[in-house]
Design a protein around this ligand. Structure first.
Ligand SMILES: [Zn+2]
Length: 584
């Protein structure tokens, strides 16, 4: 946990421009912003931009964006906490003063220590000790190689009730510490070992510290089959990805990560040399896990169990991965119920499947087609509705359009019709699928907002004179309206204006704050005024377009009265339009 005020203090003392320039020396000022070749993807023309006033950066090429802390996380490959520590040190801040709870920190350290020691004990018991014999037999039966036992530090939890607990207490640990670390439990007033007579799989964090265990029972009568460490100060299931500490380099090298369920899948995969694999442990794929993996790759191959639970898990995981802008592929397990079974029976078939994954969209189409009869209108409607959450999760408008096209082709339905279903119940998929997008005032408003956000101080007298213009109801338009109104009152900084905005409006401002306006300071006023008149013209054109449609409807229905009314309105607007264009 990081104290909010520590983050604020870091941002107050350090300037993102300096921090970026230390790492990206060719950073150059152009207009209000700084530009450079992006450090996160290779490019020939600079699309990486830093805005000093808002202390944010964005790459218009690859989409990387964030604040000073996020930049250090990405560039220096650090976790959030590590980035905070590094920047605090640079800013000369005594981080200890900001630690919320020194006791919490101590609890964490103790739990980590316990896990480190216990991993070692379990492992020694398995490989060297007589009591580990049952475990060794079990692993042999499951054909787990000795090299895997070593690498993944598999272990054996002895059958005795409290052997481990007693040992730790003899070394000076307190009962409460053992219970809090999740390795001991209290039962009937007695403290005893949580894991007994089980093969132990330590779970490591991304840095390789053991933070929890999974205990596998060795006979089918002992339930549960898998016993997990409960949530503790150092372990939250949904925030952990099993195997990431081993796989991270290989993920970067291969350019994708295989995400599976269960530790045995990871271990078997390693045994045939396929090491860019991790497992989620019975939680379903979470946002945290997506963020964690995003540090290493943009490409996910899901390889969940081939049963209905596995498919359900995939259907839940896919939108989360799409929302985090992963390219998602799916590997169908060609034999058996999971990767482990498949590799044990027929490793070649697994390699073949791995080499020919399905694009998510293709997998989804095949899957829903197997469930839904597509010959009827009801079937087609249902098909679109089932795919809707996935389409809406695709963030890139072009990508989304391609998905819609592909689905339309499959069921013989036009793109516009599918879009109607997507926007039904008010959800706007994205600006691109607004049928009026071609006529919309998007790009003009975006440019205006960019000027307003970057030059609000210099251009204030001009901006507040803006009138007789309709801004759109999209976040950009709403933000523009708010800035124009706010500037009429005394304003200290852009931040004060942004604080009064909704989340999506603020985002729109941050986005354009990093835009390259490309206008010389002395022609800003002229540009602003000309854009405003163009916007005026656009809104008249839009109104005429709508009225003409209504006129057509009225004529078709023989409604002469309405038709006359529309026509006269159109003529008035056209006259106004002519005048407006002359004034431009
Ligand atoms: Zn980039």
């Amino acid at each position: 946990m990081v104290d909010r005020s520590l983050v604020d203090e870091i941002k107050r003392r350090l300037n993102i421009v300096d921090i970026v320039r230390e790492r990206v020396p060719d950073l150059k000022k152009r207009g209000k912003n700084y530009f450079a070749l992006c450090p996160f993807h290779s490019e020939k023309n600079p699309s990486f931009s830093v805005n000093e006033e808002l202390q944010i950066y964005k790459c218009f090429g690859c989409g990387a964006s964030g604040d000073i802390i996020n930049f250090i996380e990405k560039f220096d490959r650090l976790t959030f906490i590590e980035a905070i520590e590094k920047l605090a040190e640079k800013a000369g801040i005594d981080i200890e003063k900001f630690k919320i709870d020194p006791e919490y920190k101590k609890k964490k350290e103790t739990a980590l220590k316990i896990h480190k020691i216990l991993t070692h004990i379990y492992h020694s018991l398995l490989i060297k000790h007589k009591s580990g014999n049952t475990g060794r037999i079990y692993l042999k039966k499951r054909s787990v190689a000795n090299s895997s036992i070593q690498k993944f530090k598999l272990g054996w939890a002895p059958a005795e009730e409290d052997l481990i607990t007693k040992w730790f207490i003899s070394k000076g640990f307190k009962q409460a510490e053992l219970v809090e670390a999740g390795i001991s439990i209290i039962k009937g007033g007695k403290v005893m070992d949580k894991f007994r007579r089980r093969v132990m799989f330590p779970i490591f964090d991304a840095n390789g510290n053991p933070i929890a265990f999974i205990g596998r029972s060795v006979d089918e009568n002992t339930l549960p089959k898998y016993l997990n460490t409960p949530e503790t100060v150092i372990y939250q299931k949904g925030k952990t990805v099993y195997g990431l500490n081993f796989a991270k380099n290989e993920i970067e090298k291969k350019g994708f990560v295989i995400v599976t369920e269960g530790t045995m899948n990871v271990i078997s995969s390693y045994e045939i040399g396929s090491e860019n694999i991790v497992a989620i442990l019975g939680t379903g794929f979470t946002t945290y896990q997506a963020e964690l993996l995003k540090r290493y790759t943009d490409n996910i191959y899901f390889a969940f169990d081939s049963d209905s639970a596995g498919r359900a898990a995939l259907l839940r995981a896919a939108p989360i991965a799409l929302e985090h802008e992963f390219n998602v592929k799916v590997i169908d397990i060609p034999y058996g119920k999971d990767i482990d079974e498949c590799i044990k029976a027929d490793p070649k078939s697994w390699i073949a499947a791995l080499n020919s994954p399905s694009e998510l969209i293709e997998w989804l189409i095949t899957f829903f087609k197997s469930e839904i009869e597509l010959d009827t209108i009801e079937g087609k409607t249902k098909f679109i509705k089932r795919l809707k959450p996935f389409i809406l999760a695709v963030k890139n408008p072009i990508g989304q359009e391609l998905w819609i096209k592909r689905i339309g082709k499959e069921i013989g339905v036009g793109i516009e019709t599918i879009k109607v279903y997507l926007t039904e119940d008010g959800t706007q998929a994205s600006d691109v699928i607004n049928p009026l997008a071609k006529l919309s005032t998007d790009s003009i408003e975006k440019y205006l907002l960019g000027i307003a956000v970057q030059y609000w101080h210099d251009l204030r007298p001009t901006i507040i004179e803006t009138k007789d213009v309709y801004f759109s109801n999209f976040p950009i338009g709403r933000a523009l309206k708010k800035i124009v109104n706010q500037l009429k009152m005394p304003v200290e900084s852009l931040r004060t204006i942004l604080d009064g905005m909704g989340e999506d409006e603020r985002k729109a401002c941050q986005e354009v704050a990093l835009m390259d306006i490309g206008v010389k300071a002395d022609s800003l006023e002229k540009t602003w005024n000309s854009l405003i008149s163009r916007l005026r013209v656009k809104s008249i054109e839009n109104a005429i377009y709508t009225l003409k449609k209504m006129l057509g409807e009225a004529e078709k229905n023989g409604d002469a009265k309405s038709a006359k009314e529309y026509l006269s309105k159109i003529q008035k607007l056209e006259a106004k339009l002519k005048k407006g264009k002359c004034n431009q």
